[in-house]
Each structure stands twice: as C-alpha cells, then as structure tokens.
Design a protein around this ligand. Structure first.
Ligand code: FE2
Ligand code: FE2
Length: 154
C-alpha cells in the first residue's frame, strides 16, 4: 500500500489510471470554473496531483500513492465560481475544503484519510484544520505552489 519511490515514474500515466474520477461527470464540470488566473479548477486539480507526485518522487517519500492522487484530484471539488460565491456560503477560503471533502465522500466514497487530506488542504489559513498525514502535507504544499504559479502566469 505504501510506496517508496526509488525509480522514475511517468506521472501523467499514474494520474490517467484514475478514470473513475477523471471521467466522472461532476469532476468534469470543474472545467467550467476558474481556479486562479485563467486556469480551470479541473486543470488546477490535475496540476496539484502531478506536483504532489513530483514532490514525493523528488524527496523519495514513502507515501500512499492512491490516497495522494485521490486527495489531490478531489481537493477542490466544489461546483460554483468562488469569485462570485453566495454570501451565505461564508468566506470561500475557509469553507470550501469542507464542501469539497463532503462532495468527494458522497460521489467517490473516499476513506477517512483522503477526507481528512481534503479537509485540511487550506492550512494554515484554516488554522485549526492541520494536515494529519504525509499525503495531506504534500497536497497542502503542492496546492499553494500551483495556485501561485496560476495566479502569476496570467
Ligand atoms: Fe482549495
Ligand atoms: Fe486548490
């Protein structure tokens, strides 16, 4: 279950294995929403998965690859334009991780570790929701790097 990367893997092929997510109708709808700059949430989610795997590979981390990829792909599974989020939804930065985790649980029946990784990906903004797994820490970092890149590559 846990994998230590000693050899080069094809990151894009690793992610393509997750057809049940990539071909899911709800997941595909993320193409309609903008994450940062002019990058869709769908593209952003795949970039976070790719970078998470690169980080694990680069530092030869012993990680659960399936949980890492699922957590990354589903970490922003919310179906609204956050730039125009309804007021009652609260401040997007603080609320969307719970929305995404609940949506991912409903749609993909993810386990508790993946749920927790999604829930905590906005740390340290969500100061009390601290990542509890290695995979959670990796996606938390990868998400920030991808978000910055997308914001400044307009
Ligand atoms: Fe997010
Ligand atoms: Fe994100």
């Amino acid at each position: 279950m846990f994998i230590c990367y000693n050899e080069k893997m094809n990151i894009k092929d690793e992610i393509k294995k997750y057809k049940s997510i990539l071909e899911n109708e709800k997941f595909k709808q993320l193409e309609k929403y903008i994450a940062h700059g002019n990058t869709s949430t769908l593209k952003h989610s795949i970039s976070v998965a790719e970078l998470s795997l690169k980080i694990a590979e680069r530092f030869k981390l012993k990680i659960n690859k399936e949980e890492l990829i699922k957590s990354a792909l589903l970490h922003d599974l919310f179906l609204y334009d956050w730039h125009h989020a309804p007021k009652e939804a609260g401040l997007h930065g603080f609320t969307h991780s719970k929305i995404a985790a609940d949506e991912a649980k409903k749609e993909f029946n993810i386990n508790d570790r993946v749920y927790s990784n999604i829930l905590t990906h906005m740390w340290p903004l969500n100061i009390t929701k601290i990542p509890k797994t290695k995979e959670g820490i990796i996606i938390c970092i990868a998400d920030k790097i991808c978000s910055l890149r997308e914001t400044f590559s307009r």
